[in-house]
Design a protein around this ligand. Structure first.
Ligand code: NAP
Length: 265
């Protein structure tokens, strides 16, 4: 088992971040790079990943590789799971989509795709990661959930179901890890932010604008007003919370699910 690390130094750690091309994933990659982690960045858009790769190297990451993967592609996901098992000390399951549709317009494909990306991909990668992390004696998994993991929102049944389930998965894995791998320093946590200023919120604001006739700035302001602090969170604020969980001193979150709410930001 590796020696406990009480600092925020991730110099000897390798982190894999899904959805690292923009938004919360990009900010998380930069945060971990600044703490010295080697990185694997995952998303579908190679151009975005390459930009983040350069930024991470500038911040001091010792190595940064890009995996252009569609997490909805089961074969590609399997291959990525192999990469995770082979050497990820830190897994940040961040990639996600947040479609909105009335119940009758939430068809099977929309529901399945949302659950596949937001729940199955984190499950498959965690299934590969945890036993290998336990074997190496240290590991951190952070699942990017949402306040939608803890309460219901209208017109987002698939999204809310997926995030509730992701939080359930986090708790189940925490229980299993603390039973099976007590001697290893493993933590599995979820962050549950409210609305964050990223493309997802921009797209939601556009959809609200289209369906209600208000302009998209007004729609965005209405989403911001739903957050505890009355403003949108920045991706960097969420990334800091994720970085803190990754670097948490052993014992504090060992075997415990730790939820980060927007109100705490
Ligand atoms: N923004 C919010 O208000 C908010 C609030 C709470 C929770 N969250 C959660 O935070 C996470 C990140 O959201 P964000 O707001 O940062 O979104 P974003 O800016 O749209 O970024 C999403 C990232 O995921 C990647 N991605 C999407 N579909 C993918 C797929 N099929 N395979 C591989 N990568 C894929 C995207 O890259 P490509 O498109 O290139 O693949 C992108 O890098 C999501 O899980 C979301 O549910 C967001």
């Amino acid at each position: 088992m590796s020696a406990p690390d009480h600092s925020f130094d991730l110099a000897d750690r390798h982190a894999l971040v899904t959805g690292a091309g923009r938004g919360i994933g990009r900010a998380t990659a930069l945060c971990l790079a600044g703490r010295g982690a080697a990185l694997t960045l995952v998303a579908r858009s190679e151009a975005e990943l390459l930009e983040v790769q350069v930024e991470c190297l500038e911040l001091g990451a010792p190595s940064v590789s890009c995996e252009v993967v569609d997490l909805l592609d089961r074969e590609a996901l399997d291959e990525l799971a192999g990469t995770v098992a082979a050497g990820a000390d830190v897994l940040v399951n961040n990639a996600g989509s947040a479609p909105s549709a009335a119940l009758e317009r939430t068809d099977d494909d929309l529901f399945d795709a949302t659950l596949d990306l937001n729940l199955f991909a984190p499950f498959a990668l965690s299934r590969a990661a945890l036993p290998a992390m336990a074997e190496r004696g240290w590991g951190r998994i952070v699942n990017v959930a949402s306040t939608a993991a803890r309460e219901g929102y209208a017109y987002t049944s698939a999204y809310v179901a997926s995030k509730h389930a992701l939080l359930g998965l986090t708790r189940a894995l925490t229980a299993e890890a603390s039973m099976r791998w007590r001697e290893a320093d493993l933590t599995i946590n979820a962050v549950c932010p409210g609305f964050v200023d990223t493309d997802i919120v921009a797209r939601s604001a556009e959809r609200i604008a289209e369906s209600t006739g208000v302009d998209s700035q007004t729609a965005k302001a209405r989403l911001a007003a739903m957050n505890a602090g009355g403003r949108l969170l920045s991706p960097e604020e969420v990334a800091e919370a994720i970085g803190t969980l990754v670097c948490e001193q052993p014992g504090q979150t060992h075997g415990a699910a730790w939820e980060f709410a927007a109100a705490d930001a």
